[in-house]
Design a protein around this ligand. Structure first.
Ligand code: ADP
Ligand code: MG
Length: 234
């Protein structure tokens, strides 16, 4: 086990997940152990159906494991059962999600897309607007703060989505194919940004990817095969 002073941000151990029972049972994860440190950017690789999204969604407290334990940023959140009543609050406090497609709300401009998350976390209107603009500036997209999502390029929209994921300063950023919709130059820019964020915000990033061109941007590569996780050693 790890304590508060530890640089470990995510630790899962003996994690298993099966869907269904009897002849239709699927063992999506089987005895997965993973530890991710502050500042680390790690990739989850593996063929379709190998359990990548399941693992990401368990770490994100979106789906419940079948067995094992999950420790996130200073607390055990799952140990054979959820140890917190309010999982939504837990997600808001600890986790930022980035998806393959940006998932911005089409009827809100860039700034309001970011501010919305801050409202949900209880910030006042003025605070939320101020922090949203700061975040967009930090991601070098501040000049597009009034633009509606439909008018942003793919790379611009993904940067707004990253600003939104960071709004509550989560220490855990989970990304499901964050660069899949981008060309390789834009993908490189987004990955460099994520690396910078992880270092500066003492966060960790766990990203599912199939994009071999960005493998060199990760500190570690993990492969999932039939629910088993293994680190790639050079
Ligand atoms: P990946 O993201 O690597 O493609 P997933 O985690 O989505 O893999 O899926 C792992 C396995 O679990 C697959 O066999 C998939 O069909 C199965 N699975 C995923 N979600 C469900 C679900 N809600 N119900 C039943 N089976 C599921
Ligand atoms: Mg998936």
């Amino acid at each position: 086990m790890v304590d508060d002073a530890s640089p470990v941000v995510v630790e899962v151990s003996g994690l298993s997940k099966h869907y269904g029972e009897g002849p239709t049972r699927v063992d999506a994860l089987q005895g997965v152990d993973l530890k991710v440190l502050s500042g680390e950017v790690v990739a989850l690789l593996g063929p379709s159906g190998s359990g990548k999204t399941t693992l990401l969604n368990i770490i994100g407290c979106i789906i419940e494991p079948s067995d094992g334990s999950v420790w996130l940023d200073g607390e055990t959140v799952y140990d054979k059962r959820w140890l917190r009543d309010n999982l939504r609050r837990l997600r808001l406090d600890k986790i930022g999600f980035i998806f393959q497609f940006h998932n911005l709300l089409p009827f809100l401009n860039a700034r309001d897309n970011v501010a919305l998350v801050l409202h949900l976390a209880g910030k006042s209107d003025a605070e939320a607007q101020k922090r949203a603009v700061e975040l967009l500036d930090y991601l070098e997209i501040g000049h597009r703060k009034d633009a509606m999502p439909a008018l942003l390029s793919g790379g611009e929209a993904q940067r707004v989505a990253i600003a939104r994921a960071l709004a509550n300063s989560p220490r855990i950023i989970l990304a499901d194919e964050p660069t899949a919709a981008l060309d390789s130059k834009r993908a490189g820019i987004v990955m460099d940004l994520l690396r910078k964020l992880a270092a500066e915000q003492h966060a960790c990033i766990i990203a599912v990817t199939h994009d071999e061109k960005i493998y060199d941007r990760f500190d570690r590569l993990y492969h999932l095969r039939d629910g088993h996780l293994q680190e790639q050693t050079a």
